[in-house]
Design a protein around this ligand. Structure first.
Ligand code: COA
Length: 255
């Protein structure tokens, strides 16, 4: 996996595909580029796809953050250093919070926004913090047990759980702290960026009402709700999600 030094931190990223347009994807709490593996593989024939490991995550150096704005600064510096130009910024869960905050702060740097399994406000159940602090594997198990549709294959859930356990506990706790402090419900109406919102009908962590709120509040946003999918909709139903992204990118090309 290539790496880029960003503000003195080695940031690892995956890159597939090519072409004039770039989709830059940001993972969620305790995650890594692996969260976007099906988009890195499945969209490479359509666009350049980049997914990064946030600091302290995956193969990147440094430490995680506990505020969304700090991740926004890092993503902005990464896009600049890697000379990505204007991007379509996609984010899952906490990554979706980063994408929304980025869009509010730096709209001129974006061609579009893709919000997957996320919300305009991401309060976290106190029990998640309690378990992550007292018994990290149990906390990961609790979250994982609510992160997928009941129709999703057990192997996918097990793989996601194993990956989450590789992230150090304080990094994951920092991510959930960042989520808990995130709230742009009153600000999203000001966005003027083409936006695609994708939600899983069975999502218990960022329920369907969160996706519907985003689509209702961001002017012109397109909503795609996916059946038999939970919080990891982009891993659970990758073909449906990739088709929605393709269609969205085509509308951008036609502008
Ligand atoms: N989009 C739309 N509506 C939202 C929202 C969002 N992102 N976040 C909160 N709301 C709504 C709630 O549904 C609630 O509406 P209601 O009064 O009609 O029921 C209202 O705003 C107040 O919400 P909130 O202050 O967050 O408190 P809550 O009483 O809904 O419960 C939690 C807090 C933590 C129990 C709840 O947010 C939850 O279940 N979250 C999902 C589980 C979790 O921890 N996910 C991890 C996210 S990273």
């Amino acid at each position: 996996m290539p790496a880029q030094s960003v503000n003195g931190i080695e940031i690892h990223y995956d890159l597939t595909g090519g072409g004039p347009r770039t989709c830059l994807f940001v993972h969620g709490s305790g995650g890594s580029t692996m969260s976007w593996i099906r988009q890195l593989q499945g969209l490479a024939d359509t666009t350049r796809v980049v997914a990064l490991d946030l600091p302290g995550h995956g193969q990147s150096g440094g430490e995680g953050c506990s505020q969304i704005e700090d991740y926004v600064r890092l993503v902005r510096a990464f896009a600049e250093t890697a000379q990505l130009g204007k991007v379509v910024l996609g984010g899952h869960s906490m990554g979706g919070a980063v994408a929304q905050a980025f869009a509010l702060a730096h709209p001129e740097r974006l061609d579009g926004l893709i919000l997957v399994g996320t919300g305009a406000r991401l309060r976290v159940l106190p029990k998640i913090f309690e378990l992550l602090r007292s018994d990290y594997p149990e906390g990961v198990r609790f979250i994982n047990g609510r992160a997928f549709s009941s129709s999703t294959a057990q192997a996918l859930k097990d793989a996601a759980r194993a990956r989450s356990l590789e992230t150090r506990s304080h990094v994951t706790i920092g991510d959930y702290t960042a989520c808990n402090g995130f709230d742009v419900m009153e600000r999203l109406g000001a966005l003027r960026i083409p936006t695609l919102v994708i939600g899983g009908e069975d999502d218990q962590l960022t329920p369907p009402k969160y996706a519907r709120y985003l689509a209702r509040t961001i002017p012109g946003a397109v909503l795609v709700m996916v059946e038999q999918a939970g919080h990891y909709v982009h891993l659970e139903q990758p073909e449906v999600v990739n088709q929605a992204i393709r269609a969205f990118l085509a509308t951008l090309a036609a502008r």
